[in-house]
Unconditional design. Structure first.
Ligand SMILES: [Zn+2]
Length: 527
């Protein structure tokens, strides 16, 4: 009986084998996910096969068997997110697992922003590759550190010899694998630098098809002049421009994205390759030194202290600060919340208004300005500034050439009161702005989080789910993904990220970090 049945089935079996040849083996097979490939396309049900850290196949019902198989039924499978604006310098060894990024779907960070980077990129490459992180890292070469290494914090123009030295550093950095050149023109010594010096250095990056990423000279009252300067640099150095953390600061400037976003569009029409990036929050975060006049900040901490000890200078600084506060139509420094002050951590999470009262001073803005000077005299502090409007944030977010960025570093869980963006940026985009407010479609958001950054920074074979690309793959629950980090409780990981693979290795498994550190230094594609 058995043999008869076998005999009867034989032709069918043969036929089936011809149509379905033996399944190909692979290291990892992700089955039945809703695949969003990163290119802006909507999802389809499909599988991904990974071999040797790269995507071997992607499509419907792949005939593969995996050494390891993941069932992604009901989940989105997408390319790992590329965070275009981070500041990892100095924090790389604090948590090589980079858990805050991994839990938020980030597989590659671009560091070296706002003019602040390592200056020896060859050395940095070896450091990253020998340290081993869970995330990939690419870097820009930062103007402030290049300038400091040649002429310190001097408040003057560079001599021709100094400019040449700076050009050589940028040239070497690009040869060593930097993705571009960054400036931070509100920080010392960027603030002392005129446009021609930046054009000259941007030209060095342009020779290697790098980009120019800028924290502009102003994001408030003079924002349109600052955008013009960034575009001038792009035009004259013939280099793509990325304007970092695009925003409108100060309540009296709210609504002006109606002017600034069209400036970007007009520049693109003119032929300048310009993009912008944004963190999806209405508070910013930086040093409280940005509240003090630039000229006070030259030449380092001892000089800052000496200047601020002079009664006449103090008077001038307080007048300057109160003038700016008035312009913002504010009566107190309640919008400035200290995130990290090392001499007294009880200040962390308190506003300047509150700290001033803690010091037993009168509830007056004049004394609050004095409190800021006191903090500056003792080394300065990091702070979160609540100063942006929701309407601008949304208008910027909808702009097709806007990307997302945390503007953060590797977070040490529980340390200080940092901006929540270091934990929740991408989950916030997916939860608040895609799922709840429907400002963007899921495929648009993923395009802005993966392919657009990869194309913009010319990262080789990343940012899309394509055959031959590195297997930076994330799997998340579109119904559950959500940021948890808040201004009051910033140390909270995002929810909904289920599995994360970096270069084909699993870094997050069922929402738990595996401890794997397969990240590597990522160079720009050679052109
Ligand atoms: Zn910045």
């Amino acid at each position: 009986m058995k043999s008869i049945l076998l005999f009867a089935l034989l032709p069918f079996t043969l036929f089936a084998q011809q149509k379905n040849p033996v399944a190909t083996g692979c290291d990892l097979l992700i089955r039945n996910g809703k695949i969003i490939d990163g290119g802006g396309n909507s999802w389809y049900y499909g599988d991904i096969a990974v071999n040797d850290g790269k995507i071997a196949a992607v499509g419907r019902q792949l005939n593969y068997t995996g050494e390891k198989t993941i069932d992604a039924t009901g989940l989105i499978v997408a390319p790992g997110f590329i965070d275009v604006h981070t500041h990892l310098e100095g924090d790389e060894t604090k948590d090589p697992n980079a858990t805050n990024f991994i839990m938020d779907g980030v597989t590659t960070c671009i560091t070296g922003n706002c003019g602040s980077s390592n200056t020896d990129i060859g050395k940095y490459l070896h450091f990253i590759d020998s340290l081993k992180l869970s995330i990939n890292v690419a870097t820009l070469i930062g103007h402030n550190d290049v300038r400091k290494s040649v002429m310190g914090r001097a408040n003057r123009d560079a001599t021709p010899e100094e400019l040449q030295k700076m050009e050589e550093i940028v040239d070497q950095a690009m040869k060593d694998g930097a993705v571009g050149f960054s400036t931070g023109l509100i920080y010392v010594p960027g603030t002392y630098t005129k446009t021609p010096e930046i054009v000259a250095l941007a030209k060095e990056a342009a020779k290697y098809n790098g980009i120019y990423a800028t924290h502009m000279r102003d994001e408030g009252d003079s924002v349109t002049y600052a955008i013009e300067e960034a575009l001038t640099i792009g035009r004259e150095a013939k280099i793509p421009v990325e304007i970092s953390h695009f925003k409108l600061s100060g309540q009296h400037n709210w609504g002006r994205s109606k002017e600034t976003v069209p400036m970007i569009e007009a520049a693109r029409k003119e032929g300048i390759e310009v993009t912008i990036d944004q963190y999806p929050y209405t508070a910013s975060s930086t040093s409280i030194s940005t509240l003090i006049p630039d000229e006070i900040l030259a030449d380092g901490q001892d000089s800052i202290r000496a200047r601020l000890q002079n009664p006449a200078t103090r008077k001038y600084v307080i007048k300057y600060m109160l003038g700016r506060l008035k312009k913002r139509r504010l009566k107190h420094y309640d919008y400035t919340v200290v995130s990290y002050y090392s001499p007294d951590t009880t200040y962390n999470g308190k506003s300047i208004e509150q700290i001033n009262l803690m010091k037993g001073r009168k509830h007056k803005k004049k004394f609050e300005a004095q409190t800021i000077i006191d903090l500056m005299m003792t080394g300065g502090a990091g702070a979160v500034f609540h100063g942006m409007g929701d309407e601008d944030l949304k208008r910027i977010m909808k702009y097709p050439f806007n990307m997302f960025a945390s503007d953060a570093s590797i977070r040490v869980f529980g340390s200080g009161m940092p901006h929540p963006r270091g934990y929740g940026t991408n989950a916030r985009v997916l939860a608040k702005y895609v799922r709840d407010e429907k400002l963007l479609s899921l495929q648009q958001a993923i395009y802005k989080l993966a392919k657009l950054p990869a194309v913009n920074l010319k990262l080789e074979k990343r940012g899309e789910l394509k055959v031959g690309y590195y297997a930076d793959v994330i799997i998340f629950d579109p119904a559950k993904v959500k940021d948890q980090a808040s201004y009051d409780k910033p140390h909270q990981y995002s929810l909904g990220m289920i599995h994360v693979f970096v270069n084909g290795i699993q870094v997050l498994k069922n929402n738990v970090h595996t401890g794997a550190t397969p990240g590597r230094f990522v160079k720009k594609v050679k052109m």
